[in-house]
Design a protein around this ligand. Sequence first.
Ligand code: FEO
Length: 401
Amino acid sequence: MHCTRNVTESIVWIGGNDRRLALFENLFPIPRGVSYNSYVILDEKTALMDTADASIRRQFVENLQYALNGRTLDYLVVDHMEPDHCSNIDELMLRYPEMKVVGNVKTLRFISQFYEINLEGRTVEIKEGDELCLGKHTLKFVMAPMVHWPEAMVAYETSEKVLFSADAFGTFGALNGNLFNDEISFDKAWLDDARRYYTNIVGKYGPQVQSVLKKAAGLDISMICPLHGPVWRSDLGYILDKYDKWSRYEPEDRAVVILYASMYGNTENAVEILANALAEAGVKDIAMYDVSSTHVSQIIGEAFRCSHIVVAAPTYNNGLYPAMEAVLRDMKALNLQNRTFAVIENGSWAPISGKEMQGLIAGLKNCSILEPCVSLKSSVKEEKAEGLRQMAKEIAASLNA
Ligand code: FEO
């Protein structure tokens, strides 16, 4: 049975939700599920803005047929070729033999790479600034290379001022009936997942996102329709500001996140002492995560949110404890910058994890390490507890600087 919502009188959301998938991209846990958004524009010509994931094909096709109400589909615009959005191109080409596939040169190449589809006579190739007139509605195409794939583009509908933004402004989380940002408490219920989605999937490509934001600033946008998560029809400045901060690698909050690894509880004891001292120094909303039991995508999200990051880990195999090494390498892969770190190491006979962590942090752009680092041998003794209290004072002073 169809299950759609009207975005405007002539634009219909025909997407769906997957609450069964455990890992998005087989990487990222999505306990709240995910939505695959797709939109139909009904005018003299009909146009579909992207398809959906194969997992919701049946719902998607039923929704499309209902929205078209017996009409044919004239155009399929492919803004992004990741299979969570393009898995139904072949299905639609069979169902609508007159339908033209609209994409840029890279889009069309990717279609042939992914699928055995004969595109001859079935494509409209567009480039930056080209327009596609549907009647009263006109789509203007803006390239968004490497956000986060090379063929990515966005489409601006000029009559209703709607930006079809592809993955940009998307988020993990299934839509529970509420489609629009003004129907949900985004800040309370969605922001963490939106940040986790952006930072882990697009985080590496900050300069490219900045470039698209600059292009978007030249458009009069009344609504943003992303391929995942809620549609933005009010308070657009809120999400644009988040994207601006995230893509400039500017911390969202002046706040401390403590990331620790601990084999038998001794390094954990150290960060507990540090956290208490931070609290007594007036630091609020301290966040703390065990890197062995927290998914790295959540840690990355928090690292992008916070200005100050404490890393504490044991020495292992004459190197760094593997779970912490993975976290710091992922920060590098995702281009995290402009943070202040503090480092605590532990090692019972040859501590070296601190040096290893410092080396990895040195590979992050414009990041500093507060001195001195604390080096533990097995467990915290009073002298080292004093070092941790001193570290808390340094962090608090830096936070307030
Ligand atoms: Fe939601 Fe990059 O695909």
